[in-house]
Design a protein around this ligand. Structure first.
Ligand code: R5P
Length: 294
């Protein structure tokens, strides 16, 4: 097995390499002034199983194309297999056409990766099971939420899914922890970007510490609106466990000023230091991924 990494998450790639006691093999990745990318695997790598670590995080298009170019460059040698470790598999949200005329981006991303020669995909908390269906190659979806087990607060707890789409994931976590579950009914206006409305809470949260469990936080809107609603319904405290910190510039402030007391996330996407805040704890998925690769 030979490890390679794209440019999206060098710290995580290094941590995985250290867990496996393997080096990261050098790749030349050059970005031209017009934003095009050139990739070269400088050392010959015949007869190996190549593992490429690359999150499809912001800037998603760049990281996606970079990964396909790395796979293509590896194929110029006689590699046996190419496993793409994609801790955050971007473009997984749109797995169907919600309105006529919409592209199904999860399907397009899957086609691109497979056309580039990737023979296996490993990811963490994939947004939707439907997106997995677009892969003809094996796709391993690791349960990232399991990392938060040790972080659970003490006392009377209820797990909350912030929308119906995340229900199965939250249910699995609640079931493994032996905890009750509730969910929030959320509405999205597809004509408005990053805007959702929470409608009602289904389940009992009164006087309980409610832990919202979700896969992605981007603007923070979903978490914060859910937190206010849970407090209105009598939740004693609100925490959040979210696998992928897909933050934008305003996310940290929105979360910091919210009623959420503690937020746990992972390093599937690097969070710049200036976007870190006291309520935030970041756990590493490196051991989970290294174990799965082993
Ligand atoms: C939605 O289906 C996802 O699971 C997340 O709840 C959503 O992507 C979070 O986005 P935001 O933080 O912008 O509300």
């Amino acid at each position: 097995m030979k490890l390679f990494a794209g440019t999206s998450n060098p710290q995580l790639a290094q941590a995985i390499a250290e867990k496996l006691s393997l080096p990261l093999n050098p790749i030349e990745i050059v970005r031209f002034a017009d934003s095009e990318c050139r990739v070269r695997i400088a050392q010959k790598v015949d007869d190996v199983k190549a593992v490429v670590i690359q999150s499809l995080s912001n800037p998603t298009d760049n990281h996606l194309i970079e990964l396909t170019l790395i796979a293509d460059a590896l194929r110029s040698y006689e590699v046996e297999k190419i496993t793409a470790v994609i801790p955050f598999l971007g473009y997984s949200r749109q797995d169907r056409a919600h309105r006529s005329g919409e592209a199904i981006s999860a399907r397009v991303a899957a086609k691109l990766l497979q056309a580039a020669g990737i023979t296996k995909v490993m990811t963490v908390d994939l947004h939707s099971e439907a997106a997995a269906g677009f892969y003809q190659v094996p796709l391993m979806n690791l349960f990232g939420l399991s990392l938060f087990k040790e972080a659970l607060p003490k006392g009377d707890i209820v797990i909350a899914s912030p929308d119906a789409g995340g229900m199965k994931r939250a249910q699995k976590f609640a079931h493994e922890m032996g905890l009750p579950l509730c969910f929030i009914e959320k509405k999205r206006d597809l004509d408005k970007m990053h805007q959702t409305d929470v409608v009602r809470v289904v389940g009992d949260v009164r006087d309980k510490t409610t832990v919202i469990v979700d896969d992605i936080v981007t603007s923070g809107g979903t978490l914060v609106k859910a937190a206010y609603l849970l407090k209105e319904h009598g939740a004693k405290a609100v925490w959040a466990f979210v696998t992928h910190p897909d933050f934008v510039a305003t996310t940290a402030t929105i979360l910091m000023d919210s009623p959420i007391e503690k937020i746990f996330t992972t390093d599937t996407i690097p969070v710049p230091n200036e976007w870190k805040f006291p309520k935030l704890t970041i756990l590493s998925v490196a051991p989970l991924i290294a174990d799965a690769l082993q």
